[in-house]
Design a protein around this ligand. Sequence first.
Ligand code: UD1
Ligand code: CA
Length: 470
Amino acid sequence: MTQKSEALDVVIMAAGKGTRMKSQLPKVLHLLAGRALLQHVMDTASTLGVRSMVVITGHGAAQVELACERQISANTHFDLKFVRQEPQLGTGHAVQQAVPVLPDEGVTLILNGDVPLIEAATLQSLLQECAGDKLALLTVDMPDPTGYGRILRAGDAVQAIVEHKDATEQQRQIREIYTGVMALPTAKLKTWLARLRNDNVQREFYLTDIVKFAVADGAPVVACKTADKVQVDGVNSPVQLAELERAYQMRQATRFMEQGVRLADPARFDVRGELVCAQDVSIDVNCIFEGRVSLGEGVRIGANCIVANASIAAGAVIHPFTHIDGEKAGVSVGEGALIGPFARLRPGAQLGPEVHIGNFVEVKNSTLARGAKANHLAYLGDSIVGERVNFGAGSITANYDGSNKHRTVIEADVHVGSNCVLVAPVTLGAGGTIGGGSTITRDTPAGALSVARGKQVSVANWQRPKKSKP
Ligand code: UD1
Ligand code: CA
């Protein structure tokens, strides 16, 4: 929330091509921690209590607009607008395109769609500096400022921004650069934008030229310097994208460790979504968390697991190399359950407390009640499995007849032997036993032993064929 009464409109520049990405995908749609660069910027901006957000698109405009609309949730409280900038004649020209959709009163915050890690607190203090009537520039000292616009000061007072290509040798020595982020009263922005000219080395309309107009008009200009370079770093190449990904992940890892989560190696821990951890969670190396994941108290995640869209209850252990992805339907793992190593839980797997799922077991759209076990080489799909059921090695539910999926119901305390095929729809009555190797096509009665396979025969004194002489 802004402390001031001025309404806030955000303009996000996202028209550039991103040539150095060498990709078909518009630059701002490249993913960082599972979210588009532009999405990071929009998500952060949306926490500021904005009235409207204007995204300036150009290269891949239709694709960028579609992606934004898909991401924006129904309960968003701001107006999302798009304006197109075709062709791209510079950053000033870009913001000019937004003029018709920006209300005159209020403050405009200008952000870059390819600067993903800017934080809300930084923007808040910039808005505070702006205070509704000043031109506030976010700046940073760069060890190597090559390519950036330099902040020219007279004493402390900001005089202008000069672009690298237009700067003198002496000006190029200046380390303080403009980050691409500014906040200012919209009415003034509009008058200054109208005065931009492209009489510079690049023949572009520079947004940064408005600083000298402000100074000429006697309007207050303030520079707000951040010490955190990562927040203002832009993405121009795959190398920079990977660098920011690592920086972001390390920050997340640190945050989790500060909450008490034990990470075997913070450099080998990736969260691409929303992870919530209770107390005493420990996570071994090379784990990836995607979508919405919650880990209950004392949960242990072994090395090399991928956990997506799942809720893991207290005390559960996910052994190494387990792949869990609930997608839309979700996966839930009950208290004290043991999963893996090498297990696969798919959408709709709902496992009760103390369930055991062992190596090379796949579970999809199935509910397993307390204490049910499938420890080796099995498939449970579209099934309901009762308490304490033991599902033998190599057994599967044949849930698909080539056209439709069918349910398998395995009532409590059933013991399914090894290598069984349960042809759905079928119900196995409570407490029953299914002989190993059976192909079960009809319901089985409670308490019975059901066997459905060829009877074993033995032929006495069997002579094996002999090798014929050449
Ligand atoms: C701009 C600033 C420079 C600053 C730097 C920080 C200007 C003139 N210069 O440099 O002072 O140090 O950012 O990164 O503003 N874009 C459009 N339409 C255009 C041109 C650019 O939408 O016509 C978008 C780009 O997609 C990008 C952003 O504006 O998201 C900045 O453009 P870029 O070319 O990266 O920055 P510079 O102009 O080099
Ligand atoms: Ca440029």
